[in-house]
Design a protein around this ligand. Structure first.
Ligand code: PLP
Length: 391
């Protein structure tokens, strides 16, 4: 692999600018301001707020929804634990919804069955790069007057069946710049939304509650005469320091400039795997509705080989020995992780997610070009044939 290809844009130039400016805003503004403005433009949303992770974004969004003790937030059980931690940070209860056997995503029918008088919000997670059934989820939100937080940590520019971009449909969208994501800044997060009050609340929550933060501006030192006055009261809220650093902002800005190119590479990788598995008996691709686009954070498939007595790990080891990168398993269901399960935090049976979790296989989609991708496809087709699949 060409070393460093992922960071061959303006990353170093912008890092240099941050250092040369001594971490003060340059003539084009602070890096975090610049990445926010660019992100808002790319997603066609008026407000974007840069954070230090795609977990703190979830916390801030739920806090801005005024979620607190006694409230319930419905999340898919098949998802990373960060989605469960965010409601817990707010003192609320995560309620686990089941997922679809074919699309692996939050099942709106099961969400409906989990709504109680305490439900305040739904958190669809666009897992593996694919947008959930937002039409059904938004209809539920309307019917029961619930807020919707779209977790797009794994989904950049994925489209639902109606061609809408994931993260722009609910009340708030949340993204991550963690090291494995479509856009990488080491760590980092972004929140974007339509609503100015929500955006200001979110920024203040993640910006230590400085009084002069607004939906659009992260500047805290605006008026020198006020700021240097001993009588100046700086904070009108209680908030965390969840801000994105300028160095992270430099890398995030350069990556966001290349969003279409970087996402397209993963989409293409996914199309290749999907074509390969079109007639497979052993591996079923994540079902994609007509008209939708899966942005393919990883390529996810259900391993039905277990029904034929082939073990998950046996298949994985064969894939690796055939030259494949490796196969990632699904995380434990959120409600089964000891961090929550040991204290009995959360509720909601999810039989499909439980069965599916043992079968999910995630293949890498972060290759730099078609040559790299072919190595994975060859290894996979060889492995499938080895186990008798007539692909
Ligand atoms: C679906 C999902 N939500 C939230 C997160 C949290 O993002 P971060 O690692 O930036 O905190 C991740 C990533 O790790 C994720 O995959």
């Amino acid at each position: 692999m060409t070393k460093g290809w992922r960071f061959e844009g303006n990353e170093l130039k912008y890092i240099r600018e941050v250092l040369d400016n001594g971490f003060r805003a340059g003539v084009d503004g602070a890096m975090t301001e610049r990445v926010e403005a660019l992100f808002a433009e790319k997603f066609n949303l008026p407000f974007a707020v840069a954070f230090n992770s795609g977990t703190s974004t979830l916390h801030a969004a739920l806090a801005a929804f005024r979620i607190g003790p006694g409230d319930e937030v419905i999340i898919p059980n098949l998802s990373p634990i960060m989605c469960g931690i965010a409601p817990v940070f707010c003192g609320a209860t995560p309620v686990y919804a089941d997922v679809g056997w074919d699309d692996f995503l939050m099942d709106p029918n099961d969400v409906r069955s989990k709504i109680t008088k305490n439900t305040k919000a739904i958190m669809p997670v666009h897992l593996y790069g694919q947008v959930c059934d937002m039409e059904a989820i938004m209809a539920l939100a309307k019917e029961f007057d619930l807020m919707v937080l779209e977790d797009c940590a794994q989904c950049y520019l994925g489209l639902d069946a109606k061609g809408r971009v994931g993260g722009t449909i609910g009340d708030v969208g949340s993204w991550s710049y963690e090291a494995s994501k479509h856009l990488v800044a080491g760590e980092g997060g972004m929140i974007a939304c339509q609503n100015e009050t929500l955006a200001e609340d979110i920024r203040k929550f993640g910006g230590i509650g400085f009084a002069n933060l607004t939906a659009r501006s992260g500047k805290v030192r605006i008026d020198r005469d006020k700021f240097q006055n001993p009588d100046w009261q700086r904070h009108d809220r209680v908030g965390f320091n969840y801000r994105m650093s300028e160095l992270t902002g430099a890398v995030a800005l350069a990556q966001t400039e290349r969003i279409h190119e970087l996402v397209e590479l993963r989409i293409e990788a996914g199309i290749g795997y999907r074509d390969l598995l079109a007639n497979s008996e052993l591996l079923k691709s994540q079902h994609l509705p007509v008209g939708a686009v899966n942005s393919c954070f990883t390529f996810a498939a259900r391993f039905d080989g277990v029904d034929l007595g082939i073990s998950w790990n046996e298949f994985r080891l064969a894939f690796i020995s055939n030259g494949g990168d490796g196969i990632y398993a699904a995380w434990q269901l959120i409600g089964d992780e000891p961090a929550l399960a040991d204290d009995g935090i959360g509720w909601g049976e999810t039989p499909i997610a439980k069965k599916l979790q043992r079968r999910i296989m995630q293949f890498t989609s972060n290759q730099c070009d078609v040559v790299e991708r072919e190595v994975q496809y060859d290894a996979l087709s060889k492995t499938l044939r080895q186990f008798g699949d007539k692909i």
